[in-house]
Design a protein around this ligand. Structure first.
Ligand SMILES: [Zn+2]
Length: 240
């Protein structure tokens, strides 16, 4: 398999081939697989590293590049003194629990997921795209922010492979709600999102139950194929 990363590079990032500032080939010269990759069957075919991929009688073409990147995200919110605040974690409401302080709904898990995805794609951070000085984001459902981040990744031909989260919280107990949160977030990013709960063992502000923190790690991928029937040499398609 030829590994050539032809997407535009955020400053400081190297292409998979080690070339800084590689020229981006015309998008019309190839078929982007980003959306097609949402099909598990397409993923399996690509994972097989076959030079030719045929699915359901459709000749997709020759796989000519595939890239993976990882990102990490962190977020922390303290509990609010406002009794009207609702606790939202992973897109799920926890009625009866004290809410977290924040400009949006303060969904610390969804924010960490978003941060990890933006980091993986080299697209900055949550605060840059959704500043807490902007009234548009006051009280916003953070799942909507996550939707926008996934759209930003797709626009750069990135799709999510998976995201794994570690939540540090003394309360509430997450185990009974983990599956539901995972389902909500997985549906929004189009890939498995896993959540693990941890306590801070009484250490520091988190251990004194003053807030909740979350770490997230994301893997994203992109693949390019030479259109079926193309006679262009591989070097022309990959820009090498
Ligand atoms: Zn946050």
């Amino acid at each position: 398999m030829i590994l050539v990363d032809s997407r535009p590079k955020p400053s400081g990032l190297m292409s998979a081939g080690g070339q800084r500032g590689a020229v981006r080939p015309k998008r019309s010269a190839r078929t982007r697989l980003a959306l097609a990759l949402h099909s598990p069957r397409t993923r399996l075919a690509l994972a097989a590293d076959s030079p030719r991929t045929r699915l359901d009688g459709v000749q997709w073409g020759r796989l000519c590049s595939m890239s993976l990147r990882i990102g990490n995200g962190f977020d922390v919110h303290k509990f609010s003194e406002d009794p009207e605040r609702v606790l939202v974690l992973g897109g799920l409401r926890f009625d009866g629990e004290p809410g977290l302080h924040g400009h949006s709904d303060a969904d610390v898990i969804t924010h960490a997921v978003g941060e990890s995805l933006l980091g993986a794609a080299g697209l900055g951070d949550l605060g840059t795209h959704f500043p807490d000085t902007d009234e548009r984001w006051r009280g916003v459902n953070s799942l909507e922010l996550l939707d926008e981040i996934v759209r930003m990744l797709l626009a750069e031909d990135w799709i999510v492979v998976n995201v794994d989260c570690s939540v540090i919280a003394e309360r509430p107990k997450l185990a009974a709600h983990r599956e539901q949160m995972q389902q909500i977030l997985s549906a929004r990013v189009g890939a498995p999102v896993t959540i693990k709960g941890r306590r801070a063992e009484g250490i520091g502000g988190l251990g004194r139950s003053e807030g909740i923190a979350c770490f997230a790690s994301a893997l994203i991928e992109s693949a390019l194929i030479e259109p079926a029937g193309s006679t262009a040499p591989i070097s022309q398609v990959t820009g090498t």
